[in-house]
Design a protein around this ligand. Sequence first.
Ligand SMILES: Cc1ncc(COP(=O)(O)O)c(C=O)c1O
Length: 240
Amino acid sequence: MEMAEGSEFHMLNQYENEANVEAHIQTTGPEIWRQTEGKITHFVASLGTCGTISGNGSFLKGKNRDIQVIGVHPQEGHDIPGVRSMRQLEHTKLFRPDEYDTLVEVKNREAYDMCLRLTREESLIAGPSSALALVGALKVIEDQPDAVVVVIFPDNVFKYASSFERHFPHVRAAPPPPTRPGRAQSEGAASNHPGGELAQPAQHLGGGGPARGARGPGFAALPPRRADSGGLREADVAGG
Ligand SMILES: Cc1ncc(COP(=O)(O)O)c(C=O)c1O
């Protein structure tokens, strides 16, 4: 803030800047409309600055008033980077609830469990705010054959390794593969994994799950959670 007061720097302030909304009106919205060939029925986004939901919502409703615009927010005291709870949203200028059809709250646990499921079952390395949006969609949208649901996944999980570890403390890196004879120690396994810390757990987590594409990607691909599981069990986490 202080730096922005000088002439050398400019504070974009994505929480108040209308260009945030406008960028989605000019780019993301038209892309979604094109790619769904105008068949989109529901648009779902997690709520942070609210540029995504306000921009896309405005564009898509301009094309078809019936498109349902759904905002997903975390519980109070949440631990999901990039998004804001209802109380936090009160201070967000671009939050325009009158323009959305539905607001839905998702708990920390639900978002992180879904994050893990997406990795293990769909090979989608989505971050917790993406999983949050998907849980919200599954809570409020009926599984109708003609529903075309677009859920925004803003980020991948690699930036959130410490959050992920906090929620799944037993999900740790698998031991590095043995070093081949004659290979320098400094060329150890970690340097072969550009994803860093989580590249190894992701492999570890993936064991036993079907590869992406086995059932085809998309909203319909994610099977309902097993009735007996109130969250993923340790055996699931370990790939067992
Ligand atoms: C990881 C992550 N998730 C969700 C959001 C929310 O998007 P928006 O700010 O457009 O509401 C952001 C925004 O910066 C983000 O960084």
